[in-house]
Design a protein around this ligand. Structure first.
Ligand code: TTP
Ligand code: MN
Ligand code: MN
Ligand code: MN
Length: 387
């Protein structure tokens, strides 16, 4: 008698900023493959294919279920013939032959390897590849190649930097930075951002915003870096001066770089500091000796520190909410947030503010919640921005 109701129509937005993407990715088997292919399109500067693959990947990360048949893609945005073909192949064979081929490709392998060095971009990687280099050992041993200060640091601390930063390590770094910052400016606020703010347990670096009143001494960041150096914690730094211009905001092109004063660092983190923090936080006795008498007396010097990549950004208080939203990521979440703002709201968003093109005004915000409200978006928590 009662005909079954049609399933409720759930429309999923094409914009990552209108989806909730937690770290619980149920489609990893597909997104791992699509991400590798997307990265290769980016290497090849095939922008349209890169965007298509990045958007499809991001959409899959937001789904509360695993794709188990092609029909499950019906009605979903962000899929084209190419991305569908990859998913279909993985559903049938468990793997993508395109990915398998790429992982064996000489040029792709060299690009991945060379760009894994801090300070080496695609241009340099391709130059080395073109000159016949295939291994880091060969590059390092070359007498003809010239390296930047950044690349020298990249080679020197290669292993540490390519070993993911853990949350206890990030927290140990946070404590060091906070102590130094508060020594100079008791009212400055240090905020852990980037992947760790999204709830990730590991990262490639640790990102901090330091919010300061507009009247802050312009040498503040320099003082922090000097103090790190004085304490023997500074392995490398690259200071970038503020370049803020109001005019820049009305440019339409999305650019992840912002105009804040910032510093890209490599810090020397004492491993004992991390271990102690872990022990003091756990419920088990901190005094428990872990390897008492288990190992022979160690004669060779054991490296008791780890090189950690850290980003410090100085943010004036009035721009803090926008900077926090911009630096929390993910990159795809940020791209879609800007694209949505531009196409759906006729506004322009960057790390400094939000400009309404129709009303010709800048919109103030003290919190991220206020920014989402300005954009008529439901608030998305940081841990739901893993798009
Ligand atoms: P990343 O530190 O590169 O990335 P992540 O923290 O999301 O991931 P990982 O664990 O690999 O470190 O960048 C963090 C965010 O900061 C990212 O959304 C891009 C943004 N960003 C800017 O907004 N401006 C900048 O100048 C830079 C360098 C990054
Ligand atoms: Mn980061
Ligand atoms: Mn990264
Ligand atoms: Mn970073």
């Amino acid at each position: 008698s009662n005909s079954p109701l049609p399933p409720p129509v759930v429309t999923i937005s094409q914009y990552a900023c209108q989806r909730r993407s937690t770290l619980n990715n149920r489609n990893k088997i597909f997104t791992d493959a699509l991400e590798i292919l997307a990265e290769n399109f980016e290497f090849n500067e095939n922008e349209s294919a890169y965007v298509a693959f990045a958007r499809a990947t991001s959409l899959l990360k937001s789904l509360p279920y695993t794709i188990s048949k092609m029909a499950a893609l019906d009605g979903l945005p962000c899929f084209g013939d190419q991305t569908r073909a990859i998913i279909e192949e993985i559903l049938e064979d468990g793997v993508s032959s395109k990915v398998d081929d790429l992982l064996c490709d000489e040029k792709y392998k060299a690009r991945k390897l060379f760009t894994s060095v801090f300070g080496v971009g695609l241009k340099t990687a391709d130059k080395w590849y073109g000159q016949g280099f295939r291994t880091l050992e060969a590059v390092k041993a070359s007498k003809d190649l010239k390296f930047t200060k950044m690349q020298k640091a990249g080679f020197l601390y290669y292993e540490d930097i390519n070993n993911a930063v853990t949350r206890p390590e990030a927290e140990a770094v946070a404590q060091i930075i906070e102590t130094i910052v508060h020594n100079y400016a008791p009212d400055a606020i240090v905020t852990l951002t980037g992947g760790f703010r999204r709830g990730k347990e590991t990262g490639h670096d640790v990102d901090f915003l330091i919010s300061c009143p507009e009247t802050m001494d312009e040498n503040f960041l320099r003082k922090i870096v000097n103090k790190l150096d004085f304490r023997g914690l500074l392995l490398y730094y690259d200071m970038v001066e503020a370049t803020f211009e109001k005019r820049k905001l009305s440019s339409q092109k999305y650019d992840a770089m912002d105009h804040f004063q910032k510093c890209f660092l490599i810090l020397k983190l004492n491993k004992a500091l991390v271990k102690n923090r872990v022990l003091s936080m756990s419920s088990v006795s901190a005094a428990r000796p872990t390897d008492e008498g288990a190992e022979p007396e160690v004669k060779t010097q054991i490296k008791d520190w780890k090189a950690i990549r850290v980003d410090l950004v100085i943010v004036p208080t009035q721009q803090f909410a926008y900077a926090l939203l911009g630096w929390t990521g993910s990159r795809q979440f940020e791209r879609d947030l800007r694209r949505y703002t531009n196409h759906e709201k006729s506004m322009i968003l960057d790390n400094h503010g939000l400009y309404d093109r129709k009303k010709k005004i800048f919109l103030n915000a003290k919190t991220e919640e206020e920014i989402f409200a300005h954009l008529d978006l439901e608030y998305i928590e940081p841990w739901e921005r893993n798009a």
